[in-house]
Design a protein. Structure first.
Length: 427
């Protein structure tokens, strides 16, 4: 959908969000901002996967302020929802039609870095503001190819009213969670809503990698995996066995989950109020609340440990600059502007996520407050650690789909290791 802007009164900006504010257009949105009596010297395009109107509103504000301060630059934002975004991004980049600025995740950044398509951003003046653990994710042999604007978290959504109605409590350990799930299964209620992408894989990664992160050995283990000296499948077996057990015991409806899209279909199912738990991104809490579900809910860390819980996080909403952009200097200037403390603060809060900056304020969303202590205490696992030089995010999603489809775990993990041996190409 291509929409042309028109000028309004002097000094006013016009935001065009036809696909965001009305149904249709296959999940595509575009924001173009024009100002009166200004002929821009440079026109930048910004492509991203932040699509929902409530999320795009802060991007609008940042774009507007940037152009007010840089009247010679015009910038437009276009978005696609979900995994379609990454397919479109790679198609654009591979055909030489990439945007000036775009969002990447672990897997797309890895591929584009290797192809030399990302601009090096070590000159950003905002880099010293990022926390040590986030900088550790960004730094690749002393070079920076992307910067995160949020730290996202994955959590267990709990329907507090339904739990109370059945005399159950919010689980804090794996045995407690299993006991509660057994109770609901006996009541004829499938206790956990899962989607076909992030639910099972983040549960598995959190359970499998937690001890490594607590011991500080994750880099050593990941290095051995990168070199083919250790099996990723073996490292993930413990966590995926829990996921398989949840399916076998009826805690998760595999057929339903196989057709449930992340942070959309799953939210709608949870909002119906008939299920006590949901596994998905904490950033969707405001969306669930906006659905007016008619019950109280909270989001807690994954209770997948024998004696506690773990928070799975990612350095997320990563912004990169196209190495082949005609306007790399101006694009870098925008990225630096976006990553100022003020802009990061309001953007991360709007996303119900944590700030990647030192001393960043915790997200204000009431429902995700239980995640904060676990995050600050460092009881965390990075879902797509930059130290893993392989497309772990996509491969573990594929493993989840295979499990949901009824494949045996041993075969799934053998397939995973086979993919890595073959260079990660899909079969």
């Amino acid at each position: 959908m291509k929409d042309k802007g028109i000028n309004w009164k002097k000094g006013m900006a016009l935001f065009l969000l036809p696909a965001l504010l009305a149904a249709g257009c296959s999940g595509r949105g575009k924001v173009e901002i024009y100002t009166e009596n200004t002929e821009p010297r440079v026109e930048l395009t910004f492509f991203g996967n932040k699509y929902e109107p409530e999320n795009v509103v802060v991007i609008e504000e940042i774009l507007t302020t940037f152009m007010e301060e840089n009247p010679d630059i015009r910038i437009s934002y276009e978005s696609l929802k979900g995994n379609d975004y990454y397919d479109a991004l790679m198609k654009r980049m591979n055909t030489g039609n990439g945007d000036d600025i775009f969002m990447v995740n672990h897997d797309t950044a890895l591929e584009l870095e290797e192809e030399g398509k990302l601009m090096e951003l070590s000159g950003l003046e905002t880099l010293p503001d990022f926390s040590v653990r986030v900088m550790d994710q960004m730094d690749k042999d002393g070079k920076i190819y992307w910067v995160p604007t949020t730290v996202s978290a994955f959590g267990l959504y709990c329907n507090q009213d339904l739990l109370k109605e059945h005399g159950q409590k919010i689980p804090q350990t794996l045995p407690e969670w299993e006991q509660i799930c057994d109770y609901f299964v006996d009541q004829g209620i499938t206790p956990v809503i899962a989607n076909n992408d992030i639910s099972l894989k983040t549960l598995a990664i959190g359970r499998s990698f937690y001890s490594m992160y607590q011991e500080g050995t994750q880099k050593e283990v990941f290095d051995r995996i990168n070199k083919g000296e250790e099996s990723l499948g073996s490292c993930l077996e413990d966590g995926f066995s829990i996921a398989e057990e949840f399916l076998e015991k009826g805690y998760i409806n595999a057929e339903e989950a196989l057709n449930t899209k992340k942070t959309s279909d799953d939210l709608a199912l949870f909002a119906e109020g008939n299920t006590p738990f949901m596994l998905t991104g904490g950033w969707a809490a405001d969306r669930v609340k906006a659905m007016d579900p008619g019950f109280s809910f909270t989001v807690v860390p994954y209770p997948v440990l024998e004696e506690g819980a773990v928070l799975v996080i990612n350095a997320d909403t990563r912004i990169a600059v196209n190495q082949d952009s005609r306007y790399k200097e101006e694009a870098e200037r925008f990225v630096e502007f976006f990553t100022t403390r003020e802009n990061i603060g309001k953007f991360a809060d709007n996303q119900c996520s944590f700030s990647p900056l030192n001393g960043g304020e915790p997200a204000s969303c009431e429902e995700i407050q239980p995640l904060i202590d676990t995050y600050q205490e460092g009881k965390t696992v990075i879902g797509s650690d930059s130290a893993l030089q392989m497309p772990i995010w996509d491969l573990t999603a594929d493993c989840s789909v295979k499990l949901l489809s009824g494949d045996d775990l041993s075969g799934v993990l053998a397939w995973l290791d086979g993919q890595l041996a073959a260079g990660g190409e899909q079969q």
